[in-house]
Design a protein around this ligand. Structure first.
Ligand SMILES: Nc1ncnc2c1ncn2[C@@H]1O[C@H](COP(=O)(O)OP(=O)(O)OP(=O)(O)O)[C@@H](O)[C@H]1O
Length: 302
């Protein structure tokens, strides 16, 4: 028998005045799954997440979180869910450890767990640093530790990697993977499609309050059936020659690059290897950004 979903959201709607922020959204998240809600600014991700967490009442629709309705405020659920707090919600003038200890004490959790969380998010060395002196990435990691300190079953994270430099984002990816490896269900929002592609088991792509597509990133990309693009330095091969290669569907050139579109890259790459033109060669396959373009007819702009 399949276990009941950790989260089940059914046809939720929410308007702010005339604006339909969430317009009939339904999805389920399995226990232990890493589920991403993706989309550009204003797509309705935060509103959806807040309704799922029980922080907002939808105009209509139903939510079951760990089998129970989260709204009106369901106190029995609180120890079982973790909600990432925004950095501004930290207590003033406390060190990293003191912040975590304060959250831990609210849940009756002992100090050993605080040390474990500091270790998990890589902040052991910053335990006595005042929170105000942490970098953006460190602060995000602290907020994740606060959301996890009481060992919840499911954790909600709203754009945990926003406004981080690429290295800090990648460090946080490791933390999120570790959280999932500990068996937690993760529901998170992001506007970074590339990130969701590597982290999430399944994603829902949202735009204008609706889910446009929902599946594993790999299946969404595969179903697009898009051509791969092989690019070479211009001049490494005449365009006419490229057009005659096995597997080449179309060839374009700009000032610096010759690009060959192909749905059959293997023979094309072998032919290029035989011609000795592999230097500087890049292969770009379709990504979730191409899926978004296909769904909406417009380029993805986070
Ligand atoms: N309290 C509010 N009052 C009025 N309009 C709101 C309110 N909160 C959100 N909105 C509007 O609802 C729409 C959805 O907002 P929401 O924050 O859910 O989107 P989002 O996808 O999370 O965007 P972002 O990535 O910018 O956080 C947006 O057009 C937003 O301006």
């Amino acid at each position: 028998m399949t276990p009941p979903p950790a989260l089940s959201v059914s046809d939720i709607r929410m308007s702010y005045g005339d604006l339909r922020a969430v317009d009939g959204v339904s999805f389920e998240v399995a226990e232990g799954e890493f589920f991403g809600i993706l989309g550009p600014n204003g797509a309705g991700k935060t509103t959806t997440l807040e309704i799922a967490e029980g922080l907002r009442e939808p105009d209509s629709g139903t939510v079951r979180l760990l089998g129970e309705p989260p709204w009106p405020r369901n106190v029995a659920l609180l120890p079982r869910i973790g909600v990432q707090l925004q950095a501004s919600a930290f207590f003033e003038k406390l060190s990293t450890r003191e912040q975590l200890e304060t959250f831990a004490s609210l849940y009756g959790v002992g100090p050993a767990r605080v040390d474990e969380m500091l270790e998990l998010v890589g902040l052991t060395g910053k335990a006595s640093t005042p929170e105000a002196k942490l970098s953006g990435g460190q602060r995000q990691r602290l907020s994740i530790a606060c959301a996890l300190v009481h060992d919840p079953d499911i954790v909600f994270l709203d754009e945990p990697t926003a406004a981080l430099d690429p290295q800090a984002r990648r460090n946080l990816w490791d933390v999120l993977r570790e959280v999932q490896a500990r068996g937690k269900t993760i529901v998170y929002t992001t506007h970074y499609l590339d990130e969701a592609e590597v982290l999430c088991d399944r994603v829902a792509i949202m735009d204008h309050g609706r889910i446009l597509a929902m599946d594993t990133p790999a299946r969404l990309v595969r179903d697009l059936d898009a051509a791969a693009r092989v690019s070479l330095d211009r001049g490494s091969l005449p365009a006419e020659r490229a057009r005659g290669l096995p597997g080449a569907d179309a060839v374009t050139e700009d000032d610096t690059t010759l690009t060959i579109s192909t749905r059959n890259p293997a023979p094309l790459l072998s032919a290029l290897a035989e011609l000795g033109t592999l230097e500087g060669l890049q292969v770009r396959t379709a990504t979730l950004e191409d899926v978004f373009l296909d769904l909406t007819g417009r380029e993805y702009r986070a």
